[in-house]
Write a protein that binds this ligand. Structure first.
Ligand code: CAA
Length: 257
């Protein structure tokens, strides 16, 4: 499939999606949205893919939603189109997605990274929700997800001042899982994805579902959900294989990958 604004390839069992609108610093317009959703759904449907990496360029993961596209719109346009609701499709991808972020991840770029399951950042990464400087506020989940990631005080600071956070601060505050040198970013993200893709895919998908559940429910309900899913895993042949391999002191050969 030929795309206009993204590049798509597979590396072993890893699906790699690269945002590719260099002249606009990967600003997320409706073509990018449509293509990202299509590509992720294709990876989701492809049994040969076990994990996904979403990345941008060295200078910009994505500098936000496309301001030029939004600028002429009225309230009724935004409301009737349910603008940005297309991004909700990312929440329905059940395979794990790693965001590999270098350079600017601003506005919708930061929000796209946060829609992924975890973020690996290069030491040049800069995160921010600068919508306030445009007379608006985050619209792709930033006011909610950033608050979950970094807490109220820092989320308020970021959303109300529009300032950027560097990679060290992002790691300190729990927004990113690790920071690596810029030159190693893609390799590190692909390595992490390949590691995940070598595990039992149903176990990986259930784990993702359980961690995500913690954002949507009470602790009691979340613990109950975890226990039920954990019990259900004993119906997987990969549980038999994984535990037998440990007991036999050998590497597991997971079949459901
Ligand atoms: N939308 C559209 N075009 C964008 C863009 C965006 N979000 N960000 C950058 N561009 C374009 C610029 O207009 C410019 O295009 P031209 O060469 O045709 O003028 C090109 O990308 C390069 O950008 P700059 O010349 O500005 O590059 P720079 O290195 O001087 O600055 C930057 C980089 C600090 C990231 C700056 O581009 C910038 O501030 N961009 C906007 C960031 C922003 O406000 N993002 C939030 C968008 S709103 C949003 O995302 C809403 C939401 O909640 C989802």
């Amino acid at each position: 499939m030929a795309y206009e604004t993204i590049l798509v390839e597979t590396r072993g069992r890893v699906g790699l999606l690269t945002l590719n609108r260099p002249k606009a610093l990967n600003a997320l317009n409706s073509t990018v949205l449509r293509e990202v959703v299509e590509a992720l759904q294709a990876f989701e449907a492809d049994a040969a893919v076990g994990a996904i990496v979403v990345t941008g360029s060295e200078k910009a993961f994505a500098a936000g939603a496309d301001i030029r596209e939004m600028q002429p719109k009225s309230y009724i346009d935004m409301y009737m189109e349910d603008f940005f609701s297309g991004w909700d499709a990312l929440g329905r991808v059940r395979k794990p997605i790693i965001a590999a972020v270098s350079g600017y991840a601003l506005g919708g770029g930061c929000e796209l990274a946060m829609m992924c399951d975890f973020i690996i950042a290069s030491d040049t990464a800069k995160f921010g929700q600068p919508e306030i400087t445009l007379g608006v506020m985050p619209g792709m989940g930033g006011s909610q997800r950033l608050t979950h990631f970094v807490g109220k005080s820092k989320a308020m600071d970021m959303c109300l001042t529009g300032r950027m956070m560097d990679a060290a601060e992002a790691e300190r505050s729990g927004l990113v899982s690790r920071v690596v040198p810029a030159a190693d970013l893609l390799d590190e993200a692909l390595k992490a994805a390949a590691k995940i893709a070598a595990f039992s895919l149903p176990a990986v998908m259930m784990t993702k579902e359980a961690v995500n559940r913690s954002y949507e429910t009470t602790l009691t309900e979340g613990l109950r959900f975890e226990r039920r899913v954990f019990h259900a895993m004993f119906a997987l042949e990969d549980q038999k294989e994984g535990m037998a391999a440990f007991v036999d002191k050998r590497s597991p050969n997971f079949r459901n990958r």
